[in-house]
Ligand binder design. Structure first.
Ligand code: HEM
Length: 450
């Protein structure tokens, strides 16, 4: 077996049709969907299920046909690959973070306190979570049709159990639970043919996101073996994140003297206005036309347009997680990521400041070929630390873990403003690292015979 095949793999053009669509293509807008987590109690049953699911898993870029039923993707945890009987030599060739699983990396990525694995929803953080299936569709009818096929496959396969499900749906506002539009920014990838959202960012090498191709270092990074399993695969960091919308609104109210002040403060923390209009291009007020214009909404840099952060603070969420051309320690292109965020739970009605106890938030899927220098780096260095922007004691005001003592510096003239005593606005309900194999690899897994 060719475990951990490395840089000798020749560079070839991207085999798009072998890559699961969920890795490269945007989800439908609007969308409804469901995430299912499965436990495989019998390896033969697990493989039989994969054989039944294979026809439903899309490869390549999804068809533009509006009648397309659903976008389905299948991914595996380390424990899942083991449960399917993947040989040990192959399991050992996966990166350490994937082998250990997300719960073991909790301290590194800032899942502590209320977000610690001890408080996660099972099966997150347990060895029972083996397979993740996501199905997304433009409407409930088409989702149900796709799910019915999946249910039939499961009923025919005793020995595999659905152990967790999560419904997701775009809110009627098209926004996330905090009231901001998401899914605006994404990197371009060489060879895919979908331009990135930022016209000022050159497309990234395919190897940043898909295994088997050169990445930004110029090398083909190690991939798990055998090659048929690793090639055209990628890794997912899957997260269920509860958003404490009441605390967010209360904090904005407590730190502002007018509704306009609250809106500006929220935008300073995110880096965009609710419509998506970036502060860097519209520093004083919301600009819905800018937010809705795909040609302009990402056409900016920080060094060039806002070096000192008077428009968008260096500590704002979007400037931290993608500092673009800003002068920060490190090479930004080594830490780019694809995101697929979906929303769950009811919105907290407009104007309500008291917590209603409802669960609401996002299921976030962060995609890249390098868990350590992409998802884990962003979480540990850019979200939960501030050294790289010269504020060592500060964290991401929205996505960071705060113990009621969070701070954020907002550059202003004549004197900067500093937010104090920020609580955590988000709580991790669970998370895991998954491997999203290519279609040939899925078939290889389905046909394992030991
Ligand atoms: C925890 C709750 C989070 C919320 C509510 C949230 C919300 C948002 C929003 C509203 C945007 C702006 C929309 C866009 O530019 O597409 C955004 C962008 C982004 N977020 Fe988050 N986010 C969260 C966590 C994270 C985490 C944990 C990461 C990374 C590990 C992350 C990475 C990004 C990236 C890379 C962008 C695009 C920035 C750009 O390219 O300008 N987010 N997020």
């Amino acid at each position: 077996m060719n475990a951990a095949a490395s840089s000798s793999v020749p560079s070839v053009s991207l085999e798009i049709d072998d890559i699961q669509s969920g890795a490269l293509a945007h989800r439908p807008v609007p969308y409804v969907g469901r995430f299912l987590l499965l436990r495989v109690d019998d390896r033969h049953a697990g493989r039989a299920l994969l054989r039944r699911l294979l026809p439903a898993v899309d490869g390549g870029l999804p068809s533009a046909d509006p009648n397309q039923d659903a976008w389905a993707a299948v991914a595996f945890t380390y424990q899942g690959l083991r449960a399917l009987g993947v040989p040990q030599e192959s399991l050992d060739s996966f990166p350490l973070a994937f082998q250990q699983g997300m719960a073991a990396r909790a301290d590194l990525i800032g899942d502590v306190g209320e977000s610690a694995p001890a408080n996660w929803e099972p099966p997150f953080g347990t060895p029972d979570f083996h397979i993740a299936i996501s199905a997304l569709a433009p409407d409930v009818a088409r989702l149900e049709k796709a799910l019915a096929r999946g249910r039939a496959a499961l009923q025919e396969t005793p020995g595999v159990e659905v152990i967790w499900q999560q419904e997701v749906a775009q809110l009627p506002t098209g926004r996330t639970t905090f009231g901001f539009r998401d899914g605006i920014s994404y990197p371009g990838i060489e060879g895919v043919g979908i331009p990135g959202s930022n016209p000022q960012e050159a497309p990234l090498k395919a190897g940043e996101f898909i295994l088997g191709y050169p990445d930004e270092t110029g090398n083909v990074p190690p991939m798990p073996g055998p090659e048929v399993l690793g090639r055209n695969g990628t890794y997912l960091a899957v997260r269920k994140i509860h958003t404490n919308v009441a605390a967010w609104r209360q904090n904005l109210r407590a730190n502002s003297s007018s509704p306009e002040g609250e809106a500006l403060l929220a935008a300073k923390m995110i880096g965009r206005w609710p419509s998506g209009a970036p502060l860097t291009l519209s520093p004083e007020q919301e600009d819905a036309a800018l937010g809705a214009d795909p040609a302009r909404v990402n056409d900016f840099g920080y060094r060039k347009d806002d070096d000192r952060g008077f428009k968008c603070p260096a500590g704002a969420h979007i400037r931290r997680v993608n500092p673009r051309d800003a002068d920060v320690i490190g090479v930004v292109r080594m830490h780019r990521i694809i995101r697929r965020g979906t929303t769950y739970g009811p919105p907290l009605p407009e104007g309500v400041l008291e917590d209603d106890g409802a669960e609401r938030g996002l299921v976030g899927v962060f995609i890249g070929a390098h868990l350590d220098r992409q998802f884990e780096f962003i979480k540990s260095q850019w979200v939960n630390d501030g050294n790289f922007i010269g504020f060592p004691s500060e964290k991401d005001p929205v996505a960071g873990h705060h113990e009621g003592t969070g701070t954020m510096t907002i550059p202003e003239q004549p004197i900067r403003r500093r937010l104090q005593n920020l609580p955590s606005f988000v709580v991790t309900r669970g998370g895991e690292y998954c491997f999203l194999p290519g279609l040939r690899a899925l078939r290889w897994l389905a046909e394992l015979d030991s």
